[in-house]
Design a protein around this ligand. Sequence first.
Ligand code: FES
Length: 309
Amino acid sequence: MRQEVVFRMGIPVQNASGHPVGTLEKLVFLETEKKISEIVVRDLSGLKRVPLQWVRELTEHVLVLDHPGNLDDLPVFDISQFEEVPIWFYPPDCRIEVGSLLTLKPCDERLLGESEAMSRRDFMAKSTALVATLIGISLVIPIGGYVLAAARTKLSDHWVTLPVKLEQLPMDEPVSHTFNAVSVSGWMRVPVVRTVWLIRHSGAEDPFSSSEDQILGLDSPLEKSRSNPYLTVLSPICPHLGCSPQWFSGKKLFICPCHHSIYEMNGKRIGGPAPRPMDQLPVLVGKDGSISILYEEFQVGIPQKIRLS
Ligand code: FES
């Protein structure tokens, strides 16, 4: 049986000596051979192309290279030369976040001036649109309901109820929780694996003895869910450059292994280069203690918390 390989973007990348050299950003797909040929790593000087053969070990939390030093001498990744691989070409035995797999643009498009390439793309886009319209007209009645359903996709569709109840969580001790989710991109829904930090607060009144009014139900407005008295949910992605901060129980701190940003239990930044606190995610606790979260990702490296679309 073939084993599935999971590529999680944003995980720390280490060299052969175990030193952090950056974070995993993208994957490069070789169209001619239908396989991944390189990984793209963000280090302190930018994005670098690293041959896949250099990958010695890959887990959902770290990628280790069979390379002793840093990535200074490797070629720079120029994103303008690449384009996204459509989801239907993704290798079946790899789990990859949508949009992370790129391939080189056709040579002629890179050699043409940008305006010529644009006009060629424009022509292709218009021709494709015309054909699509003709096909679409013939299909619009039978598939109308499906298209309308997809168009109605709302933010609430991204809520995930975790398979854990509030009472099962330890007090004041962050626990990392991995869950299966569905990434929605346009009409595509792709299964992905996500991780969050859950922190149950001891100071809050016991939700199970509270009046119903105090419980945040699933119908509560989104803004209310951003501050929950019982539970804080933090993104696993460091807002500096996207590594994964780890919880050190003895120190009662989150510490990011890449550049040593340090955060308190509630995600407040107290040291290191991170430009903002760890990103808090909206959470709703049901009357039965069920936990529903809205998984979001944000731009890294800037003080503002800007959601990635
Ligand atoms: S990625 Fe730089 S400190 Fe976390």
